[in-house]
Design a protein around this ligand. Sequence first.
Ligand SMILES: *Cc1c(COP(=O)(O)O)cnc(C)c1O
Length: 375
Amino acid sequence: MIRFNVAPVIDQGIEYMEAAIRGSKTCGDGPFTKKCQEWIIQKTAATQALLTTSGTQALEMAAILAEIKDGDEVILPSFTFSSTANAFVMRGAKLVFVDIRPDTKNIDETLIEEAITDKTKVIVAVHYAGVGCEMDTILEIASRHGLIVVEDAAQGVMSTYKGKALGSMGDFGCFSFHETKNYSMGEGGAVLVKDPAKAEEAEIIREKGTDRSRFLRGQVDKYSWVTMGSSFLPSDVNAAYLYAQLEIADQINENRLASWNAYYEQLADLQQRGLIHLPVIPQECRHNAHMFYVVTEGLEQRTALIRHLKENDILAVFHYVPLHSAPAGRKYGRFHGKDRVTTKISESLVRLPMYYDLEADQIRYICEKIHEFYK
Ligand SMILES: *Cc1c(COP(=O)(O)O)cnc(C)c1O
């Protein structure tokens, strides 16, 4: 069976985890956490980067930092993971879903402005498949209306838009280091902060509402509870596992891109014949090969293709039931404008196996089986 995802196994990561355990430094904010955070800051030019226990919790921290209150509205795509929405719903926000672009499957920036009301507080840019949203337009709209931009860059570690790292352009950016993402700490994530004043607030919220970080740096002589917060910091053992991957991030990225390009080349003829659509990477974006997907004709064909691949020992999966059509989405949100693309894409997209060290022979086999299906 060719699996859909396999998390990287790096010997160095196992050594680092052992070092963390033997050094009795297993709680949060240990040496490996610091190394990971320094790596993120250096890669992204974010003012602050803090590891969290998940991408979900990074989004929750962003919602707290954005000071979401009851009745505030948040604009986001419906074609995303529930965590993007939950973070804001838990703070009392109403969701306003906007359609996506057919090419990148990212929020359609041309539809955002008409969804803005006097209650709108945040625009969430979800970078689907690690391909950047049209950030210049989104940031310009946000600044004209005084809105906060949160980037859900859970899939976007190592990707850029006009040379800038995904996650570093909005007020807050969120990474995921879940097992299914390009770099894994099992469960984990990071929140990126742009404004220096908010950077300190982020540290406090993440440390149970205390100024313990300042205390550890010797900036205050005792630490106390200063505001609302929680424990969003992961164990240093997890950070140790992650750090070994970050050290070879270029190698992992290039390996994934090679697999992505192999898929693209071997399936291009099916696109030319109008049988499937392949991912579109805009000129200004550099992606990280988080995902390789094909867009089929519709639900029926998609189901048949997944079945055909499964019969040939290949695990391919679909993605996201649109949030606005899910029970919680109907309760907490509304779709602004027409759903021209979201449901259609949700019913026709298939993700193919993609992970570090996926073999060229396996990709050839998968592409052969897809050709066989379309014969
Ligand atoms: C994976 C993912 C998340 C959640 O990250 P976790 O680390 O699994 O909590 C949020 N948003 C998007 C778009 C994701 O792909």
